[in-house]
Design a protein around this ligand. Structure first.
Ligand SMILES: [Zn+2]
Length: 395
């Protein structure tokens, strides 16, 4: 039998440079640090000051990525390297998500503000004759009529408990809470839709860890060795008296705990801003800027507590008074019709973004069976260690 290769020298040696007490990311954060940081966020958020103090640096992602790469090259790992990976997974994926969002944003082009005004109903007069009977807006591209059916909601988790689903083929699980609850046909075979429809479970004043409990309940119905990414929609409870930064902190910290129990990535996503009753273009633009700010706050808290946070990038973003950032693949069509319902373009952009994100994350996921292969070194070194003990005892 071929001997397993020894652990890779370079990337893995890095862990030794972290002091013992720093090897578990979330243990380096004290209650006082969190309290002070949330307070800082509250002060900034109250006046929409986006110039935030950075959370403590992420010391774990670099080494974690090195370990993942070593596992992919089928190098064998030491026990402490494996433990490091499991306990710091959220920090590793936090950095990967930051990279993803930065890359996705770099693909946005600069266009005059008026182009993005078409995202909401009202301006699109030229298509009135071609109005789609389902979306109630005009489509620039004519495609299959069934594409406009977006009536596919989540599965009922309680019914799946004793009737496991075949999860092969899904790119990710989506736990929507509002904007990500309904999908159109193309997305159905790609995303395992296990959204939360019980609004009571999401009431912040009744249960502060409602979202995390729901995600745990959904993980329980997956096969044991599942590493599928779980995309969770952030929901701000406007009825609660708690501020946005406090709610975000509790969601991030409770999901970071679930992440430490799960072998795949858990990603908290800020949903697109959905147009509200009576919203004019300025209200809509303001709503979008708030969502971008939520992402910034969530990402910093995720860096502190160990959780990947991003946003569903599918709306133009503010650049200055006259211009916005927009994606060249987006059709210039309303995302919401006159009744504030989501159109085909909304569902298309959502689908493409979630798929791109899942593909970006995928190479960083190491299946559990591959992980076990990488632990051969442990048993051999244990044996050698025991033999050494025996010989040194003068046997
Ligand atoms: Zn349509």
């Amino acid at each position: 039998m071929a001997e397993p290769a020894p652990p890779l020298g370079n990337p893995l040696l890095g862990i030794d440079r972290l002091e013992q007490k720093e090897q578990v990311g979330h243990r380096t954060v004290t209650k006082e640090m969190i309290h002070n940081y949330v307070q800082h966020l509250e002060e900034k958020y109250a006046v929409f000051d986006t110039n935030l103090e950075s959370a403590p640096p992420n010391k774990w992602a670099k080494y974690g990525k090195g370990i993942i790469k070593a596992m992919q090259s089928e190098c064998t790992l030491k026990e402490d390297e494996h433990r490091f990976l499991v306990t710091n997974m959220g920090y590793i994926f936090n950095e990967i998500m930051i990279d993803y969002m930065s890359e996705a944003r770099s693909r946005l082009s600069i266009v005059p503000k008026r182009l993005s005004e078409e995202e909401i109903f009202g301006i699109q007069a030229t298509f009135i004759d071609q109005e789609c009977p389902k979306c109630k807006v005009g489509h620039v591209q004519k495609l299959l009529p069934t594409e406009c059916e977006a009536s596919y909601g989540p599965y009922d988790v309680s019914r799946l408990k004793n009737n496991p689903l075949d999860i092969k083929g899904y790119a990710a699980m989506v736990v929507g809470t509002d904007a990500m609850l309904l999908f159109y046909g193309r997305a159905v075979p790609m995303f395992l839709n296990l959204g939360i429809t019980n609004q009571d479970q999401l009431s912040f004043d009744k249960n502060r860890t409602g979202i995390a409990d729901a995600v745990r309940e959904r993980i329980a119905i997956l096969p044991k060795s599942c590493t599928m990414p779980i995309l969770v929609e952030f929901r701000y409870d406007y009825l609660s008296t708690e501020s946005l930064p406090t709610q975000m902190h509790l969601v991030v910290s409770s999901l970071a705990q679930v992440q430490r129990e799960y072998d795949g990535p858990i990603i908290l996503l800020i949903p697109p801003y959905r147009v509200q009753e009576g919203d004019g273009w300025n209200d809509y633009a303001k709503g979008k800027r708030y969502h971008e700010y939520w992402e910034k706050i969530g990402t910093q808290l995720g860096q502190m507590l160990g959780l990947a946070v991003g946003s569903v990038l599918m709306q133009s973003e503010y650049r200055d008074e006259n211009t916005v950032y927009n994606h060249t693949s987006w059709s210039v069509e309303p995302l919401f019709n006159e009744k504030k319902q989501c159109t085909r373009e909304y569902h298309r952009r959502m689908f493409c973004m979630l798929l791109n994100l899942s593909m970006y994350i995928h190479p960083w996921i190491v299946p559990v069976s591959d992980r076990q292969k990488c632990q051969k070194y442990k048993s051999q070194s244990d044996l050698l260690g025991r033999l050494a003990d025996i010989y040194s005892a003068g046997f």
